[in-house]
Design a protein around this ligand. Structure first.
Ligand SMILES: C[S@@+](CC[C@H](N)C(=O)[O-])C[C@H]1O[C@@H](n2cnc3c(N)ncnc32)[C@H](O)[C@@H]1O
Length: 223
């Protein structure tokens, strides 16, 4: 596994105008890991499906996509873009039941982010309240739930950055890796940076005060 990647930032399809400032995973990043960890015909899931980058890229690569997303309009957006609309479920990953999905060979996902100074709950799309500790507990619950639908030996790739905001650093990438390691075997981190035009013009080239992000790779070692 390469531990450093420089990829082109971009998407095959643009979002409608009302969503243009939303954070999306670049297609090339999903494609890299889906090709590395699955074969055509395998199932790929995203438990924080967002606008469906993982699902649409997986389908484009002849994998079978599945997903969960909290926001109804994002679910509808994905359903219009994949050939199996019933494979994306509207709901919370915290409620995921094993009966919701068949065993999946790979999960590629990017959780909703939180800083240590925030008080909004990312697991309710920043509507309710949460502490950072509660958020990290929810992260561990989400990946524990994922474990019930991840095939033995299957891989989990978590795209996450540390966050530098108003002079403070939240080591989100480390904290999430720590929690997910309680569920799956950690195989290592890949540093990811972008070539070409910068994505969203926030404070830093990547957008969270850093020029790079990470993909943490885990494996389901349970039989
Ligand atoms: C960082 S975004 C994922 C972006 C996605 N990779 C893409 O390219 O579009 C995180 C997503 O998690 C969703 N989310 C938040 N809480 C959730 C929950 N409890 N269950 C499932 N999805 C949730 C948010 O609505 C958001 O769309």
């Amino acid at each position: 596994m390469d531990t450093y990647l420089a990829l082109e930032y971009g998407h095959r399809e643009e979002l409608p105008d009302e969503y243009v400032n939303e954070v999306r995973t670049p297609d090339a990043l999903v494609a890299h890991f889906v090709k590395a960890f699955t074969d055509p015909g395998d199932r790929v899931i995203d438990i924080f499906a967002g606008y469906g980058t993982t699902l649409t890229v997986a389908e484009h690569l002849d994998r079978v996509p599945f997903g969960i997303e909290y926001e109804a309009d994002r679910v509808a957006h994905i359903q219009d873009r994949i050939s199996t609309p019933t494979h994306v479920r509207h709901g919370s990953v915290l409620d995921l039941e094993p009966s919701w999905f068949p065993p999946c060979e790979c999960c590629f996902t990017s959780p909703p982010f939180m800083t240590q100074t925030m008080e909004e709950n990312p697991f309710e799309n920043y509507a309710g309240r949460s502490t950072y500790e509660e958020y990290l507990a929810d992260i561990e619950t989400a990946f524990t739930r994922l474990g019930s639908v991840l095939a033995p030996g299957g891989h989990v790739v978590v795209d996450v950055a540390n966050m530098k905001h108003d002079g403070t650093v939240t080591p989100l990438a480390w904290d999430i890796a720590d929690r997910v390691s309680n569920v799956f075997e950690f195989e290592g981190e890949v540093v990811v940076t972008w070539e070409g035009e910068s994505p969203i013009g926030r404070d830093g080239r990547f957008g969270y005060g850093y020029d790079h992000t990470y993909c943490h790779v885990f494996r389901n070692s349970e039989p």
